[in-house]
Design a protein around this ligand. Structure first.
Ligand code: FAD
Length: 337
């Protein structure tokens, strides 16, 4: 069923006003293929999940699809389970289900908003774990001709908050499902950030995934604003990677600089840079950087995309001027120009 002139203000967690010219929520691969086939030549196409990592910059022309494929299927073999999940499954419903069944691998990714289908798009990650660590394959339909294409994890070009779906082949595939491999035994990953402090002195092999999930939930609830109460899109900027020499120059001036080793140099904590640039808790019009989490841009009410763009530009300019570092926006701007 196609909805015309559909209101998207409740379909994006930043609560920006926008409409979709035509909107469908196909619940099967066949329905998705039909929707693609019925598309007029050259008609714009957008794919959404829960809208928790987008900035809606005006109305979406053409067809918008919200894949609603459901189902979580387990194939257990000894110590491992291969789990196949429909793109429309809410990510945290999946995490809760696997943890309840005693499978480990997703517990650190608890409470990340969004759908399973969107998870590979930016290789979601938290607390030292990212989707790529447990992903086997991604099932898609090719937008060009509606044929099914499977990508093995090794071919997804996963990187920090990035994949081929987000970068090199953006817009070419609609993700219909993902398959993960989870383990029954083995240590949980608790050596990162707040989990390290919480479980200091505990043998990671003695922890069960439910305990770690609970700790992650508590931690996230204590520090991240709930989009239902204060609309936001999570981290608004990626943590920038700079050369070791650049890092060393900054560290000499700011010994308390927060940074982590990275393949290409050092990854800096964007939240720290934004806070030091004076933006933590500061607003520009109806939007601001959150008072407890400088990396989270929040809509205090009534914001439009132009307000978001203005604040993002001001933060970026101040960080660049102060630290000679370019911040890259994490949420995708749609419709994009
Ligand atoms: C409070 C908060 C906390 C967050 N914390 C984290 C975190 O810890 N780690 C993290 O990585 N992210 C985090 N995010 C970001 C967000 O949760 C993830 O990026 C999530 O995967 C987005 O899912 P979604 O269904 O909302 O996708 P949407 O925002 O609807 O879409 C995001 C992008 O994915 C594309 N897309 C969506 N579904 C499909 C599909 N089926 N096929 C092809 N493309 C698709 C869209 O076109 C769009 O470009 C957070 C967001 C919020 C609001």
């Amino acid at each position: 069923m196609i909805e015309r002139n559909a209101d998207l203000s409740g379909a994006n967690t930043l609560a920006l006003p926008a409409r979709a010219e035509r909107l469908a929520r196909p619940a099967s691969e066949e329905a998705l293929a039909e929707a693609l086939a019925a598309r007029a030549a050259g008609e714009p196409l957008f794919v959404l999940g829960q809208g928790s990592n987008i900035v809606l910059d005006g109305d979406l022309p053409g067809l918008t699809l919200i894949p609603a494929l459901s189902g979580i299927e387990y194939r257990e073999q000894g110590d491992t389970a291969r789990v196949t999940v429909g793109a429309g499954v809410v990510w945290d419903t999946l995490v809760a289900d696997t943890v309840t069944r005693g499978w480990r691998g997703l517990e650190n990714l608890s409470l990340i908003p969004g759908t399973a289908g969107a998870a590979p798009f930016q290789n979601i990650g938290a607390y030292g774990v990212e989707l790529a660590d447990v992903l086997d394959s991604v099932d898609t339909l090719a937008v060009a001709d509606g044929r099914p294409v499977r990508f093995e994890a090794a071919d997804c070009e996963f990187d920090y908050r990035d994949s081929l779906f987000k970068s090199r082949r953006r817009g070419e595939f609609i993700i219909t499902g993902i398959t993960l491999t989870l383990r029954r035994h083995g240590p949980c990953r608790v050596d990162y950030g707040a989990l390290a402090a919480r479980f200091a002195g505990t043998d990671p092999a003695s922890l069960d995934p439910a305990t770690v999930r609970q700790a992650v939930i508590e931690q996230r609830r204590s520090k991240l604003p709930d989009p239902r109460e204060l609309p936001n899109a999570g981290s608004f900027f990626k943590n920038p990677v700079v050369s070791t020499a650049h890092h060393d120059r900054l560290k000499a001036v700011w010994p308390e600089l927060v940074a982590f080793p990275h393949r290409d140099g050092m990854k800096l904590a964007a939240g720290w840079l934004i806070e030091r640039a004076g933006w933590k808790g500061r607003s520009l019009g109806p939007v601001g950087m959150h008072r407890d989490q400088a990396l989270v841009l929040v809509n205090h009410g009534g914001a439009r995309a132009a307000d978001v763009r203005a604040l993002a530009a001001a933060v970026r300019a101040d960080v660049r001027q102060r630290f000679d570092v370019d911040l890259e926006q994490e949420p995708v701007l749609l419709p994009g120009r």
